[in-house]
Design a protein around this ligand. Structure first.
Ligand code: AMP
Ligand code: MG
Length: 348
């Protein structure tokens, strides 16, 4: 398949190209596009064949459900059994934005899209290119992250092309994403609202609105022994090719530990993820900074790009500093823990 790659920016949307992309989706084809979280791999969410194509293009197991993206609140009712009060409240506060809600699905949504579940994940993105595309496609676009399964989610169109060129009809390059981590997921089908995946919208943000919000207990732990709450959660996501270990401790103890490890691994190409104030003191072969530790939004934005760059440079062993796991830091640590297969070392 020949992939057409086009460029546009949120402030300069090319309506003709958006219509063309919408027609591709309506005809059952695939289009990768920018959202504020990460790039998405879109297909018509109400067409079972499109969902099958998404799984094939990503190399994703078909029991890992897709998120349905809508452009306006009015599009929610037809795809769910009912809209509970909490969904109204959350949508009013956080949509459009990086929040995905799980609700009971209506018959409109094929099981191919939900990985066989009776529930559907729905999000209204804020990115204007994404919203225009969803409208042009008829209102419902299933879109997992636009990477091959198991690789870090793409925050730049060049990484989408790296993974999906030849597998999709079109890639819309909309520049850098704003957030850099996937949406927060909240399940509204259990007794109490439950966070299944942390993201830019934090637990505190949600609890400010709905104090009864709970968190899935496996979010920050190794869940390999436990039945996953959502099917997709059992898969190891976001993995760089190199072997990643998180090192937690004081600034000095982390530095000393990582430097000692890098010396011992002389025959391997080593890499380290540090911060602006520490990165120059590491002796790894490849050193990268996520920015200032205090600027969590920047850390979130840089993380996946850095993991990809280690892949590009064939780094074999990677160490990363740990981050404070409150606020947006919880989402950062959740992704790092998954990328590291929960390998974390605590040093005193
Ligand atoms: P993404 O990786 O951003 O494509 O998001 C897909 C993830 O959303 C899946 O791996 C699941 O963890 C979650 N998800 C999607 N649909 C559902 C659902 N119906 N029930 C529970 N979790 C879901
Ligand atoms: Mg993904």
């Amino acid at each position: 398949m020949n992939t057409k790659i086009v460029q546009m920016r949120e402030g300069h949307i090319d309506e003709v190209l958006i219509q063309e992309a919408g027609e591709i989706l309506k005809a059952g084809g695939l289009v990768a596009f920018p959202t504020e979280t990460v790039y998405g791999l879109g297909g018509d969410a109400l067409n079972p064949l499109s969902s099958k194509k998404i799984y094939a293009a990503k190399g994703r197991p078909s029991d890992n459900p897709l998120i349905v993206h809508i452009a306006e609140f009015g599009a929610l009712a037809p795809i769910v059994r009912e809209i509970p009060g909490n969904a109204w409240k959350l949508a009013e506060r956080f949509w459009p934005g990086p929040l995905t809600m799980i609700l009971y699905k209506s018959d409109q949504v094929p099981y191919e899209t939900t990985g066989g579940l009776d529930t559907v994940a729905v999000r209204m993105p804020g990115n204007q290119i994404a919203r225009k595309l969803i409208q042009a496609a008829g209102g419902y676009v299933a879109a997992p992250s636009a990477n091959r399964s198991g690789r870090p989610s793409p925050t730049l169109a060049k990484y989408v092309a790296e993974d999906l060129e030849g597998r999709v009809e079109m890639i819309i390059d909309g520049g850098d994403v704003e957030i850099g981590l996937e949406s927060t997921i909240i399940d509204l089908t259990s007794d109490r609202p439950m966070v299944l995946r942390p993201g830019y919208i934090t637990r505190q943000d949600l609890q400010d609105l709905l104090p009864e919000v709970e968190e899935d207990s496996t979010l920050m732990r190794d869940d390999s022994g436990q039945a996953p709450k959502a099917p997709g959660m059992k898969y190891r996501h976001y993995a760089p090719k190199g072997d990643l270990t998180i090192v937690k401790g004081t600034e000095e103890s982390v530095l000393a530990y990582i430097n000692a490890q890098c010396e011992r691994k002389e025959s391997k190409k080593t890499g380290v993820i540090g911060t602006d104030s520490t990165v120059g003191r590491y002796c790894a072969d490849v050193r990268k900074s996520v920015g200032s530790r205090e600027d969590e939004e920047a850390v979130a934005r840089e993380l996946y790009r850095i993991l990809r760059e280690f892949d590009d440079e064939d780094v074999e062993v990677i160490y990363t500093e740990a981050f404070d796991d409150s606020g947006i830091g919880q989402a950062i640590m959740n992704r790092l823990l998954k990328a590291a297969g929960h390998k974390i070392v605590e040093v005193l």
